[in-house]
Write a protein that binds this ligand. Sequence first.
Ligand SMILES: CC(C)=CCC/C(C)=C/CC/C(C)=C/CC/C(C)=C/COP(=O)(O)OP(=O)(O)O
Ligand SMILES: O=P(O)(O)OC[C@@H](O)CO
Ligand SMILES: [Mg+2]
Length: 242
Amino acid sequence: MKKTIYDDIIQAKQNGQKLLAVLIDPDKIDINHIPEFFKKVHKSIVTHVFVGGSTDAERKMENVVAIIKQHTKLPVLIFPGSHEQITEMADGILFLSLLSGRNPKYLIEQQVQSVVKLINTSLEIIPTGYILIDGGIETAVQRVSETQPISQKNHAEILHTALAGQFSGKKLVYLEAGSGAQKAIKPEIIQEVSTKLQIPLIVGGGIRSKNQLNVAFNAGADLIVIGTAFEQNEAFLNELKR
Ligand SMILES: CC(C)=CCC/C(C)=C/CC/C(C)=C/CC/C(C)=C/COP(=O)(O)OP(=O)(O)O
Ligand SMILES: O=P(O)(O)OC[C@@H](O)CO
Ligand SMILES: [Mg+2]
């Protein structure tokens, strides 16, 4: 049977190999710049491409994914802010459920609405428990989903939410401080969750330096997501050379 993107994530975890995703926001990327950008990506330690936004105001998602696919062999996963962002041009989708919130729209309604599209695609669907944690500023996810993040002080709530995700059958847990967060997720939280969780742990939000990246990896993150830092300073990719 063909190896899946998820199989590779599991294997990397078993081998202690750390993974890094670049997040491309369709609202912000300049399509003409994609070829140059990916030349830099390919010289770096980036292993995955996530595409998605809390909004896709100009409905650029499908076009952006199609162009990215022409310029990279890295796995491209949709990181959807809504079911409207689903396109079969990608390789797979993080099938998110916003477990930190209590808004049924983001717990199950968006997922139901996405089925018409998903049923006719060969996208690899990866059930993902998505947990929004306070990153110091009000984030787009908070606004769009009309939910509150969990405080970084509330370790038990974070851990229990992550484990409830695993027990419900999620294949990944994503601890999210929010795009452009002032405070990234504390290493103590990453450590506590990663030691008790059996499935791979994704961490993102507010990671802007090589040092922060290493701190999060050493604390137990299996895959880290960086968006804003690359948007604001592409030279950061050069610091992350393979
Ligand atoms: C279709 C399926 C299965 C799920 C989509 C619906 C769900 C549950 C979404 C989770 C909540 C949400 C709104 C997530 C957004 C995730 C995302 C792409 C964040 C990146 O945010 P940016 O667009 O970079 O934020 P800025 O606008 O601040 O740049
Ligand atoms: O943009 P940044 O702060 O890197 O966050 C990445 C991702 O976790 C946001 O959904
Ligand atoms: Mg963004």
